[in-house]
Design a protein around this ligand. Structure first.
Ligand code: FAD
Ligand code: SF4
Length: 509
């Protein structure tokens, strides 16, 4: 039996985009409008997290954190559940880059406006620098290695309140210290009367009079964390005057494709990017603090424009580390046994937005990620690997594990020969573990329906009742950590929705 629910505004998804747009629209409730947020995943109780790697990954991530591209060369990490990927992000809080936003040339989208909004969300989320005396050796060595080479590492502002340095950020913070939409924007939206329904998946959207009709499915199967949804299992028809799609860069294009919008919007699902990344490890002669303390304090991005990559200090859990180190046998064991002596760096490539890199759907309507590593991306990753190896050696590492070297372990005595040791011919897609957590595009903003899906306010071309408010709006890769830009864009979309609803929002609501 299908039940019918009426609302003025329906927001789909509760991550960086959906949670933010719900907060922006919350003042509408006081003027008599109904605002309903529907989220596919459950409400994980962060206070009960065990910190066990495989168990926590299964609670939060789609596909356990390794949703593969169709060709199985890249695994995509994104979370499903109240708060979306902000539950598992590391919390590095960087403003939108001027060069990229201006380069998008989206009419009406000014960098200064986006930057001002991002500052507001950074403040809301308590983004600040971690005091120097709480930065662990893994991060300190990254900075010192850069300095020894004459390169400038920048410190990330991190959005934590009461961080205990457990280093578990990507498994959901058990101390509720990391601030995301689950902790900040959604509670504020609910306080003002926005209704939140979890474990309910929007399946299709179709036009209905001046608004839309959305099919929502609640399956009621037990969730690993024991949380229950607010609605009884079954199918629901939600009739809404305005619909905001914020299901993330994989699921938003998939939902719109499933809803039959692909024919009239040829750009839908396309120009998809993800900052493909992999881990490098440097082996130090003595133990360092690496798996305690906040994992990510520094970024080196001086070569991002010319060489298409940036490097970040990082630290991953034992299973993820073992999976990501290339090779097996003795060399692999040597590194894993020396886990407390490992320094880690994440190499991130700035991949080109191309129409053939896209989200598609299978016969059941589920997303298929048709993404391939291009020659340009692989070359950038190789250049990045050489730069990271230099940082490790400058920081005192005795050996460096590089997936694009053969053998993969480079001894310190070979440090002068990195150009030859680290080479493109060794980087065979599929044999190196590449993953991505900055998923972008598929509903790109632009001028018209020939080459874009929405305008600069997230309004889907020719569908005045339909909006997109998440990372799928990006016309190309952001070339830096994206969540504050997603929030700033979602805030603008919220204003456009309020305008359609005939409501004005308080300035800087
Ligand atoms: C491990 C990891 C670390 C990261 N670290 C950082 C960082 O330090 N700094 C930074 O800036 N960025 C970081 N990011 C990226 C950042 O989290 C994302 O860019 C951002 O959350 C994207 O926002 P979004 O709204 O597009 O999608 P998401 O936040 O992923 O939210 C999408 C939501 O939609 C829901 N949904 C999907 N389909 C449906 C449906 N059909 N119906 C209803 N709901 C649906 C999902 O369950 C999910 O909750 C990280 C990401 C990951 C995975
Ligand atoms: S390091 Fe801080 S923010 Fe990260 S999981 Fe631990 S307490 Fe939470």
């Amino acid at each position: 039996m299908s039940r019918t629910i009426h609302t003025d505004v329906l927001v789909l998804g509760s991550g960086a985009g959906g949670g933010t747009v719900a907060q922006t629209l919350a003042p509408l409730v006081a003027s008599g409008k109904r605002v309903l947020l529907v989220e596919k995943g459950g409400r994980v109780d962060h206070g009960r997290l065990s910190g066990r790697e495989v168990e926590c990954a299964a609670l939060f991530y789609a596909g356990g954190g390794a949703r593969p591209s169709a060709d199985h060369t890249v695994s995509m990490a994104y979370a499903e559940g109240l708060g979306g990927s902000t539950q598992v992000y590391t919390g590095t809080s960087l403003p939108p880059p001027e060069r990229i936003i201006s380069g998008w040339r989206v009419p009406g989208l000014a960098h200064a406006d986006l930057a001002a909004r991002a500052r507001r969300f950074a403040a809301q989320n308590g983004a600040d620098f971690i005091p120097r005396d709480r930065i662990n050796d893994n991060n300190r060595l990254f900075k010192e290695g850069c300095e020894a080479l004459g390169w400038k590492a920048e410190q990330f502002p991190i959005n934590v309140r009461g961080c205990k340095g457990s280093s578990l950020c990507n498994l959901g913070c058990p101390n509720n210290a990391k601030q995301g939409t689950r902790q900040v924007q959604i509670p504020e939206a609910q306080r003002q009367g926005v209704e939140v329904v979890t474990r309910a998946e929007a399946w299709t959207i179709k036009a209905d009079g001046g608004g839309a009709e959305v099919e929502v499915r609640v399956d009621g199967a037990p969730h690993a964390d024991g949380s229950e949804g607010e609605w009884l299992p079954g199918r629901y028809t939600v009739k809404a005057h305005s619909v905001v799609v914020a299901c993330g860069a994989v699921n938003s294009p998939a939902l719109l494709l499933r809803s039959g919008l692909g024919a009239e919007l040829p750009a839908l699902g396309r120009w998809w990017t993800c900052h493909p990344a992999h881990i490098l490890a440097g082996l130090h002669p003595h133990p360092i603090t690496n798996f305690v303390g906040h994992p990510k304090s520094y970024v080196w991005q001086e070569r991002v424009e010319a060489e298409r990559y940036f490097l970040e200090a990082c630290m991953y859990f034992p299973f993820t580390t073992a999976k990501n180190l290339t090779g097996f046998g003795e060399a692999h064991e040597r590194l894993m046994r020396a886990y407390d002596r490992l320094q880690m760096i994440l190499v991130l490539a700035c991949d080109e937005a191309l129409p053939e890199q896209r989200i598609d759907i299978d016969r059941q309507g589920r997303p298929v990620i048709r993404y391939a590593l291009t020659a340009k991306t692989l070359e950038a990753m190789v250049r990045a690997t050489r730069a990271a190896a230099r940082i490790f050696f400058a920081a005192g590492a005795e050996a460096v594990h590089a997936p694009s070297a053969r053998p993969t372990l480079i001894e310190r005595s070979e440090g002068a020969d990195l150009e030859a040791r680290i080479a493109l011919r060794h980087f065979r897609p599929g044999s190196v573990s590449v993953s991505a957590a900055h998923l972008m595009g598929g509903c790109r903003m632009g001028v018209d329906s020939a080459a874009s899906v929405t305008d600069g306010r997230g309004r889907v071309h020719r569908h005045p009742w339909l909006f997109v408010a998440d990372a799928s709006l990006f016309p190309s890769a952001l070339e830096i950590n994206p969540y504050l830009t997603v929030m700033a864009l979602a805030d603008r979309v919220g204003e456009a929705v309020a305008e359609r609803e005939g409501a004005s929002l308080p300035v800087g609501a």
